[in-house]
Design a protein around this ligand. Structure first.
Ligand SMILES: NC(=O)C1=CN([C@@H]2O[C@H](COP(=O)(O)OP(=O)(O)OC[C@H]3O[C@@H](n4cnc5c(N)ncnc54)[C@H](O)[C@@H]3O)[C@@H](O)[C@H]2O)C=CC1
Ligand SMILES: O=C([O-])CC(=O)C(=O)O
Length: 336
């Protein structure tokens, strides 16, 4: 076991996802059983008591890997020395709030957090933004951290990816673990494009397996377009309707999957993450967009050379147009 603990900062630690994250991260589910951790919990004053309560419970779990827990309301202190930052705390949309208001409110959070990461995080810092609008919040944070390579800032679309696997497995009567190479493209929003064109299950192409089960290529296409894509893209709203509040444990689980694969590498195919575009697939450079990605030697790499048919190109362009709108809106507000 390495002796020096790794510092992990979790923002919004007093909230729902924070509570679902902390104990799994402290148990080693994210960085593995050989990496001791130090947790820095960042909250705003209203959330401090909840974070402090979680810190007491963490102590009571006596996790062997957990060396220290600190609770902060100052981003500079919370990000000092951090190598893994999970930015969960965000301003939720309130009744009557326009999109510009929401972006401005989140700019007030992710700008200063980007500055704090720039000022004090470890050289190898990895950042995943969970708080919505996640892609554009990551863009804002990155813009305020000029000394940190932009590819260190990512946003979470692993939950959408996992949701897609969760829908496909029963549709094909296949274990989730046999499915490979699903892609979420674009924004973490209802415009995202969950794509199974290159996916396989136990080595066989998913489109052909669906056609065999559903009675033909047209029926498979209909299921993909009319059921699968909207179900995955609107799953967040479905969970809110059924549970009465947004996804918590599945979001925390996805954030752990994202960070674990980033650090330890992907195996057996690609996954999905929102990363800074290098212009691949026509996505304008610098947008934080979801792509098919592999993690190699500690870095995300966009999988190259996939063919996109006219439908796929249209779906990707629609989601990218939304990302461009969000970027232009935060630019107009001087947030980037
Ligand atoms: N990307 C994804 O896949 C998903 C994203 N989300 C988003 O994650 C975010 C958090 O969700 P929940 O934990 O359920 O919300 P929550 O409201 O339970 O917790 C958010 C916490 O963040 C704190 N917070 C607010 N501003 C902060 C700041 N400047 N610094 C530090 N902490 C701050 C609040 O005090 C609160 O304790 C929301 O924006 C939600 O929309 C939720 C599910 C999936
Ligand atoms: O939809 C929401 O408000 C929360 C979210 O991002 C998701 O569940 O994907």
């Amino acid at each position: 076991m390495s002796v020096t603990p790794v510092t992990i900062t979790i923002t919004g630690a007093g909230g729902q996802i924070g509570y679902a994250l902390l104990f799994r991260v402290a148990s080693g589910a994210m960085l593995g059983p050989d990496t001791p951790v130090r947790l820095n919990l960042l909250e705003i004053p209203q959330g401090l008591r909840a974070a402090e309560g979680a810190a007491l419970e963490l102590q009571d779990c006596a996790f062997p890997l957990l060396h220290q827990v600190e609770v902060y309301d100052d981003p500079k202190a919370a990000f000092r020395g951090t190598s893994h930052a999970l930015l969960v705390g965000a301003r939720p949309r309130a009744a009557g709030m326009e999109r510009g208001d929401l972006l401005a409110a989140n700019g007030g959070i992710f700008g200063p957090q980007g500055e704090a990461i720039n000022a004090g995080a470890a050289d190898d810092v990895r950042v995943v933004v969970v708080g919505n609008p996640a892609n554009t919040n990551a863009l804002i944070a990155s813009a305020h951290a000029p000394d940190v390579p932009a590819d260190r800032f990512t946003a979470l679309t692993r939950l959408d990816h996992n949701r897609a696997l969760g829908q496909l497995a029963p549709a094909m009567d296949t274990p989730v673990g046999d499915i490979r190479n699903v892609t979420i493209w674009g924004n973490h929003s209802a415009t995202q494009f969950p794509d199974v064109a290159h996916a396989t299950a136990a080595g066989d192409p998913v489109p052909a397996l669906l056609a065999a089960r559903l009675g033909g290529v047209d029926a498979a296409r209909e299921w993909i377009v009319d059921e699968f894509i909207p179900r995955v893209a609107k799953r967040g709203a479905e969970i809110i309707e059924v549970r009465g509040s947004s996804s918590v444990a599945s979001a925390a689980n996805a954030a752990i999957d994202h960070m674990r694969d980033w650090v330890h590498g992907t195996t057996g195919g690609w996954t999905s993450a929102a990363v800074v575009s290098d212009g691949s697939y026509g996505v304008p450079e610098d947008l934080v967009s979801s792509f098919p990605v592999e993690s190699v030697d500690g870095s995300w790499r966009i999988v190259q050379g996939l063919s996109l048919d006219a439908f796929a190109q249209h779906r990707l362009a629609t989601s990218v147009a939304e990302l461009v709108d969000e970027r232009d809106a935060v630019r107009a507000l001087d947030l980037i």
